[in-house]
Design a protein around this ligand. Structure first.
Ligand code: HEM
Length: 138
């Protein structure tokens, strides 16, 4: 499902605010992720701060491109193939969604309202679906 204009605005504003409140992001997001998914830690290299930077930079590009059409398609294909090759499963994407919500909740506090959270979940799920479309069938 697509985000409404209002939801796009909420995601833009809350992401800008989160960047203001917590920049650099260090390893907060992956700390939450590995709390939820300790069994997936071995898939990552040791430099989690570097990985967090790559993830957040990608998220920023996605947020900046909201409502701009298909410009990011090649990037989704590339990332989808990379994740499919590592063997990332739908359940893993769900765990990561939870970790992203934990992180935004920590950083934004009361500003992370149910409406903001709903917009972020929709954004994340849309991205996760695009990445999973590259997974091998069967
Ligand atoms: C929407 C969801 C996700 C996004 C936007 C995303 C984004 C990224 C990015 C940007 C990279 C770095 C790629 C590069 O620079 O070559 C990466 C690598 C990686 N991602 Fe994801 N990812 C997502 C979901 C997941 C999930 C659910 C897992 C589950 C474990 C995962 C596991 C990994 C692993 C293992 C790597 C390689 C890390 C390393 O080399 O140390 N990703 N991801």
């Amino acid at each position: 499902m697509e985000l409404t204009k209002q939801q796009q605005r909420l995601v833009h504003e809350s992401f800008a605010r989160a960047m203001e409140l917590y920049n650099p992001w260090n390893t907060r997001f992956y700390d939450h992720f590995f709390e939820r998914a300790p069994h997936l830690r071995h898939l990552f290299r040791d430099d989690i701060a570097g990985q967090e930077m790559r993830f957040m930079t990608t998220l920023k590009v996605i947020v900046d491109n909201l409502g701009q059409g298909e410009g990011l398609k090649p990037r989704y294909v590339e990332l989808g193939d990379e994740h499919a090759l590592i063997g990332i499963k739908p359940a893993d994407y769900e765990l990561m969604e939870g970790a992203l919500m934990d992180t935004l909740g920590d950083v934004l506090g009361a500003e992370f309202t149910p409406e903001v959270e709903a917009a972020w979940r929709l954004l994340y799920q849309g991205v996760a679906i695009k990445l999973q479309q590259r997974a091998p069938k069967g």
